[in-house]
Structure formats: structure tokens, C-alpha cells
Design a protein around this ligand. Sequence first.
Ligand code: PLP
Length: 432
Amino acid sequence: MVRRPADVLALDREHVWHPYGPMPAANGPLLVDSARGVRLRLAEPAFGQRELVDGMASWWSAVHGYRHPVLDAAAAEQLGRMSHMMFGGLTNRPAVELAARLVELTPGELRHVFLADSGSVSVEVALKMCLQYWVSVGQPERRRLLTWRGGYHGDTWHAMSVCDPEGGMHELWSGALPRQVFADAPPPGFDAPPDPGYVERLRALIAEHAGELAAVVVEPVVQGAGGMAFHSPGYLRVLREACDEHGVLLVFDEIATGFGRTGRLFAAEHADVVPDVLCLGKALTGGYLTLAATLCTPRVAEGISRGEVPVLAHGPTYMGNPLACAVALASVDLLLAGDWAGEVARIGAGLRAGLAPAAELPGVREVRVLGAIGVIQLDHPVNLPAATEAAVRAGVWLRPFRDLIYTMPPYVTEDADVARICAAAVAAARAG
Ligand code: PLP
């Protein structure tokens, strides 16, 4: 029996949690039947639309769009071999090939790869690597983390502790989470030169806490879910220098920015800085399957192996999942085989032109674009139902939050669809 869309949605409201959603749900989601290219096909028309251009690329991940023949073929081929096998005592070709490819692609000496099953877990693993490193080298007192306000690193416990502590999504837990050190968010503006006063304060804070810091953990260049803020790459160089001076490890969370989104393959490349630990996820599988990776340098791995417990004590059931790894490998190779930088620049130009009219609207604080990321920031919290409806009426899927209407479309989005996304975002800004 195939249920009618209305019945599926009734069951959804009754039983299924959605991200940051109440139970039972107040506003029903839209039911998607299928997707192809950059379009989501709804089971039933919503506000007169049956198909929506996906301005969200499934939360930064579907960079090649949906049902790409190369990725479909990679998945089918791997399904014909095995979709999963345990990673303890066994290994598989896709996991090994993917790890080797990531080592090749990422800057510097990032040589060792933990294949985690979600972005949050890859952050959890990164933090665990750093804490375990200091235990192993005989400085267990170094167990706090320094991060920027306004960050977002995931929803698991330790990852939440390095998210924005105020007004962010995890404020509820602030009293219970590990107590970290928070520096002010870097001053905004990708092109703005680093602010000397801010740099001095940042250096002083790192110096003050150096003896108890395991690592500095930040999202390079773009703070995503914490506020879609862009900052100068110069601050990353400051962090690298200060960490080196005090022996503190540096972790970059490139789960959102990795694989070209900011115009460089990895955002750290804007600053020519290499972290000790790097987290990747989202676009890693082109949005097909859940997979993330934590890469580290030999310093970190060798430190851990010198310890009393010489193993990294982490091993999720779906670690190194061959199906996800096979698709990830195909996705990364597909990206590199094409002109991803050209596509990102083309989309960026389209976003700049198409979102510009929003800057004139009352209630809009700022319009900003970096790489293939476009943001309209309002001067008030967005009216989510009204803004979403306006975008859907314009044939586009957007998911505004806080005071932000933003888009990071698939890299295969054609100019006409980029323009459509922009028109929808401007309509959402008007309505929301
Ligand atoms: N880190 C960053 C920078 C993110 O943007 C996200 C997700 O939005 C995460 C970590 C968490 O990843 P996941 O949702 O796959 O657990």
C-alpha cells in the first residue's frame, strides 16, 4: 500500500523528529518524492509549485546536484560488492583509496585519516585526538579548547561545547558542557585586513590559557550555522603562529567550507595555513551518504601512539562504510575532473548580481557573497513560515534561520536557476 501524501505527513507529524523541531511538529515539512539535477520534486504541489530549485544543496552537501550519473554508478557498483562491513580487523578498497585521495588533496602534512559517520562525530574525534595527544605526551592538564564565539561544530556533547555559548543553538546546555575558552568572533569582512587590536587580544587570550589548552578549534573563513559570517583569512595565520608559539594544536572544521565552497578547495588555503587536525564532511559524498573524515598530522598520531593507551579509542559501527567511501571517492574525483573553481566563481557572480536588490530593502542589514555562498542578513529575526512560503512560491527551496536568508546552491546550478534562487531570496527577505 502506498500512502497518500497527506497520510505520510500526518504520520511524520506524529512520530518523526526533524532537526531542531518540536514534537509533535507545529508546521509540517514538504514531502519530497524524488530529486534530479538541482530540482526537488514534491509529492504534492505546495503554493502552486511541484518542483523546487534547491538553493540549499541539502545543507551544503549536494555539490553535484541529485542523481548524478557518475555517483549513481559508483553507488550501484559498490552495492554489487557490499554496502557495509565492519572496520575492526578488516578494511576495504574504497575506504583506503578515499583516505589516500584526501591526504593527497589536503594541504601540508595531514597524513592520517579517521573515517567518521557524520560531521559532528568527526569533530568529536578531532577533539578526542587533541585531548588524548596531551594525555599521551604527559600533559593531561591541557584539556580545554579555545574557540571563537559565533561558531558551530555540531550537536554531539563535546562538539556543542565549542559552539557559540550565547544565543546559539546549544545555550540550554551551557552550564553542563565542558568549560571552554571563548574568544570574540573575528571582525567581519573577508576582504578587510586583520584588525590589530583584535589580533592582540586574541594572541593575549591564547597566551593566558596556553598551559591548559589542548587545541584551538575554529571554522576557517566562514562561520556557518552560527551566523553565516565571513572573516579575513589573516586571522587563521595569527592562530597558527600563536598555536606554534605555545605548542597548542590547531583544528580547522571545514565540514561546511571544504570541497570548493569558498572558492578554494579548502578554506585554509586562503591563508596558506595548515592545521594539525582537519574535519571534512557534508560535500565529501556529494550529499549522497553520511560520511565525514578527520585528518591529522604525524605529530598528533605519533603522540597518541606514545601514550599508555596507544590507540585512538574510537570506533563507530559504520566507520569506513564502503558504500559511502566509494561514492565519496567518485564525488571528489568528479569535482576535480571538472572546472569547480570556474563554476563556483560563476555562481558567485550570479549571486552578487541577483542578491544586490535586497540591499535596498527596508529591514535588510547586509548582503554578502563569498565563493558560492550568498547571504541576506536582516535587522530582525526572520519570519520563517512567511519567508519559506515566499521562496517556495518563487519555485525555490530555502531554509532561513535567525536573521539570515542564505543560499549555497549545487555547483551545477545554471545561471537561470541562480537568478531564480536570488529572486526567491529577495522575495523571502521582503516577506520575512
Ligand atoms: N561543523 C560545521 C562547520 C557544520 O556546518 C556542521 C553542520 O552543519 C557540523 C560541524 C556538523 O555536521 P553534521 O550535521 O554532519 O553532524
